[in-house]
Design a protein around this ligand. Structure first.
Ligand code: SF4
Length: 66
């Protein structure tokens, strides 16, 4: 599984970070540090958290690519 975070849509709600601090990281302004980084590999043990974050992101900024 891979995912990307849209750099325009991400508005810094940090819900992804609260779901998995192991995977989702924030920049100094509270936005996803992964935005605009292209497709990123999701470790298999964090796939469930990634799906949950995709569902909970209020801006629909997280897109999972299977
Ligand atoms: S990806 Fe979504 S939940 Fe995560 S910081 Fe951006 S807007 Fe918030």
């Amino acid at each position: 599984m891979k995912l990307k975070v849209d750099e325009v849509l991400c508005s810094g709600h940090a819900r992804c970070w609260t779901i998995s601090r192991k995977f989702f990281t924030l920049d100094g302004d509270g936005y996803s540090a992964m935005r605009g980084q292209g497709l990123l590999d999701v470790p298999s043990e964090l796939e469930e958290a990634a799906r949950k974050a995709e569902a909970k992101c209020p801006e629909k900024a997280i897109q999972i690519v299977e």
